[in-house]
Each structure stands twice: as structure tokens, then as C-alpha cells.
Design a protein around this ligand. Structure first.
Ligand code: MF3
Ligand code: CO
Ligand code: CO
Length: 250
């Protein structure tokens, strides 16, 4: 069941979404060789709390930290730890803030120092995949249209799209209907309409699409150890079209 939001509710989500977006801008300057993902977690945690918000990942279904940090072949849900970033790594930082009871969810993949060609490629394809998904998001289109646009672009770039994790409805609940698959067929699936609020968050691998879950119960990695990149926005549908809610307000 999709919870349709009123225009007032969509307005009420903006502070949470903007805070999450601002957090990514804030963290970018800290991302350099030598910083640990625990350091990133602590900085995100303190910034979130300082702005009157709650980091949604912390204790969510037992997740132990305040942000997800997914390095190199980690696809998503990486748990911050002592390991330090090194030159040439890529890292996705996935921030979800709860402010006034509403969630804002956004992520970006960053380069640590100087990226190698494959890191540049997979990151560029993931960024463009999100942009293409957003570009076909409008009332009257279907979820299959979004999935197809993303999948066909990513596969055309000789990369692969992860199937096991998807975008999601969001609001006062972190993850709700609909599931927004990043693959699909044009015209299939739910028809989009004004008042829907959901994320698009394609995970793109430079190698094969297969993933596995590590023993910690969270960390998702590529089976073939190939690099993986991801970008995410929270989006609202209006009669006139799509609005990106996770836009910074600095
Ligand atoms: N932010 C992730 C998403 O985009 C979800 C993370 S759940 C957590 O949906 F528990 F790992 F934080
Ligand atoms: Co999300
Ligand atoms: Co997220």
C-alpha cells in the first residue's frame, strides 16, 4: 500500500531531505586518504544531532552505526569501522536523517584522492543512471519505465545493475511501498501519480551483477570483487512533475 503525501506533507519532508543533502556536502571535504570510516560515522552522527535530527540507520533493524559507508567492492550497507581510506578508493556515503518525524535519504560515491580509470567509469555510470531514472519519473509513467531506463543505460555501458536491492517509498517510515526496481520493462508495474515520494538508488557494478551478504548480516559485496558505485535521491511527484527533495540548502 502506497502512502500518498499531500503537498503540505511533502513540504514537511524538505528539512529532513535538505539536511541529508547538506550532510553529504559537509562530509566531502573530510574524505581523503587516512580517514577511517568510523571517523566519517562520528562526523555524520555529530552533524545530524547538532541539527536537531536523528540518524535513521542507528539501531535500524540492528544496524550498529549512524551512516552506511561502502568502499570499493562493497555494494551497500557497509558498516563504518577502523579501516582507513587510501588513495584510489571509492566510497559511497549513504545518509538518512529523521527531522520532525520525516525521513530524507540520499547517497553519493566519492573518490579518495586520485581515481583510477575503472573507478571513474563505474562512478560516472552510477551517477548518470540515477539522473536517467529521475528524467523519466513523472505522473503517468510506470515503475517499469524507471527500471528499464536505468537498466538499459547501465548495460549499454557494459556495467551491470544489482537486482537484490531497490529504491523505496519513504516518509514517516524509512522503507515503505512501493519498491522501485532498477531494472524492468517499459509500461509494466505501478503507474506513478502525484503525492508519491520514493527514492531511486541504483547500485552499478563494473563487473557481474552478482552479490553476496557478509557474515555481519549487513555488508553487501560484489561476488566477483569488482567495483560498485551508487547514488541516491529522495523524490516527490507533483502534478507538474518530479521534485528532487534531497537538494542542499546551504
Ligand atoms: N539508506 C539505505 C537506503 O538507501 C538503507 C540503510 S539501512 C541501514 O535505503 F540500516 F543499513 F542503515
Ligand atoms: Co534508500
Ligand atoms: Co540511502
Amino acid at each position: 500500500m502506497v502512502r500518498i503525501k499531500t503537498p503540505e506533507e511533502i513540504e514537511a519532508m524538505k528539512p529532513a531531505c535538505q539536511l541529508a543533502a547538506n550532510t553529504l556536502i559537509m562530509i566531502e571535504e573530510h574524505i581523503r586518504p587516512g580517514i577511517s570510516t568510523d571517523d566519517i560515522n562520528d562526523i555524520v552522527h555529530d552533524y545530524t544531532v547538532k541539527h536537531g535530527a536523528v540518524p535513521a540507520p542507528l539501531n535500524y533493524r540492528g544496524f550498529p552505526k549512524s551512516v552506511c559507508t561502502s568502499v570499493n567492492h562493497v555494494v551497500c550497507h557497509g558498516i563504518p569501522g577502523e579501516k582507513k581510506l587510501k588513495n584510489g578508493d571509492i566510497i559511497n556515503v549513504d545518509v538518512t536523517s529523521i527531522l520532525n518525524g520525516w525521513h530524507g535519504d540520499t547517497s553519493k560515491t566519492f573518490f579518495v584522492g586520485e581515481p583510477k580509470p575503472r573507478a571513474k567509469k563505474v562512478t560516472a555510470v552510477a551517477k548518470k543512471a540515477l539522473e536517467i531514472g529521475i528524467s523519466v519519473t513523472k505522473p503517468g509513467a510506470t515503475l517499469g519505465d524507471i527500471g528499464h531506463a536505468i537498466q538499459s543505460f547501465v548495460e549499454g555501458e557494459k556495467c551491470s545493475i544489482v537486482r537484490e536491492y531497490c529504491g523505496h517509498g519513504i516518509g514517516q517510515v524509512f522503507h515503505e511501498d512501493p519498491q522501485v526496481l532498477h531494472y524492468g520493462k517499459p509500461g509494466e508495474g505501478m503507474v506513478l501519480k502525484a503525492g508519491m515520494v520514493f527514492t531511486i538508488e541504483p547500485m552499478v557494478n563494473i563487473g557481474k551483477a552478482g552479490i553476496k551478504l557478509l557474515n555481519d548480516g549487513w555488508t553487501v559485496v560484489t561476488r566477483d570483487k569488482s567495483l560498485s558505485a551508487q547514488f541516491e535521491h529522495t523524490l516527490a511527484l507533483h502534478e507538474y512533475g518530479v521534485e528532487i527533495l534531497t537538494t542542499p540548502s546551504l
